[in-house]
Write a protein that binds this ligand. Structure first.
Ligand code: GNR
Ligand code: NI
Length: 210
C-alpha cells in the first residue's frame, strides 16, 4: 500500500511532471488492537503534514469504503476526523474536522444501525442524540460550527467517540460487547498461530537450503 501518484506528461519534450496530489492508503487498525482505546491529542498547528494526513485519511475512507474515519483508526492519535456521507461519487462532499467538539445535543434520540471499520463485519443499533451542534477547525484552520442531524449526527458522534478511545460497541449491553470482543480476540489468537507456523516453515526451508 505505497503512495499512489498521478504522473501526467504535460510537455512533449521535457521530463514527465507529477501533477496533483500524491496520496496513500493507510492501514486501518482493528480490534482487538488496544491503541483504539487511546485518547487522541489536539492539533496545535494545521501545517502541510496535517493536510497530507487529511488527504490520506479521505482516500483510505473512500477506498474502505466508509463514511467516516478518525485518525486513531490509522494509528495517529490526533483529534482529526474526516466524514463524507455522500452515496455516490457525484454526491461527494468531504468534511474535515480538526479538534471537533459537540457544543449542544438534542434531547430527542434516534436509532441507527452502526458499523465501524475498526470492528469489521459487525453491525448493531445504537441510540444517540438526533441532532448535534458541532464546533471545529476546518482545513484552513478557521473555527466553524454546523448543525448535524440524521445519519450525519450519528457519524459525527461515532467519530468523536473514537477521539476518546470509545467504540460504538461501548453503547451496547455488556453481553453483546463481550461477545464481540471474544470473537475478535479469538480471531487474533488464530491469526497469531498461523503467522508463527508460517515463520517456522520458512525457517525450516531456509535451513534445508530450498
Ligand atoms: O463507515 C461507517 N459507517 C457508519 C455507519 C453508521 C454509523 C457510523 C458509521 S462510521 C463507519 C466508519 C467508521 O468506522 N468510522 O469511525
Ligand atoms: Ni468507527
Amino acid at each position: 500500500t505505497g503512495p499512489i501518484s498521478c504522473t501526467i506528461n504535460v510537455c512533449a519534450f521535457g521530463a514527465p511532471l507529477t501533477v496533483g496530489k500524491i496520496m496513500a492508503l493507510l492501514p486501518i487498525v482493528t480490534l482487538p488492537d488496544p491503541s483504539l482505546r487511546k485518547i487522541s491529542q489536539p492539533v496545535d498547528q494545521i501545517d502541510a503534514e496535517i493536510h497530507r494526513l487529511l488527504d490520506d485519511m479521505l482516500e483510505t475512507m473512500y477506498a474502505a469504503p466508509g463514511i467516516g474515519l478518525a485518525a486513531i483508526q490509522v494509528a495517529v492519535p490526533k483529534r482529526i476526523v474526516v466524514i463524507d456521507i455522500g452515496k455516490t461519487e457525484e454526491e461527494r462532499s468531504p468534511l474535515f474536522l480538526i479538534n471537533p467538539e459537540i457544543t449542544w445535543a438534542s434531547e430527542e434520540l434516534s436509532l441507527y444501525q452502526e458499523g465501524c471499520l475498526s470492528v469489521p463485519d459487525y453491525y448493531e443499533d445504537v441510540k444517540r442524540p438526533a441532532t448535534v451542534q458541532v464546533r471545529h477547525l476546518n482545513r484552513e484552520g478557521q473555527l466553524v460550527e454546523f448543525k448535524a442531524e440524521g445519519l450525519l449526527a450519528t457519524v459525527v458522534q461515532h467519530e468523536l467517540d473514537h477521539l476518546e478511545g470509545g467504540l460504538f460497541i461501548d453503547h451496547l449491553s455488556r453481553l453483546k460487547r463481550d461477545r464481540v470482543m471474544k470473537k475478535f480476540n479469538k480471531a487474533a489468537r488464530i491469526d497469531e498461530i498461523i503467522t508463527q507456523r508460517r515463520r517456522e516453515i520458512e525457517h525450516q526451508s531456509e535451513e534445508a537450503g530450498v
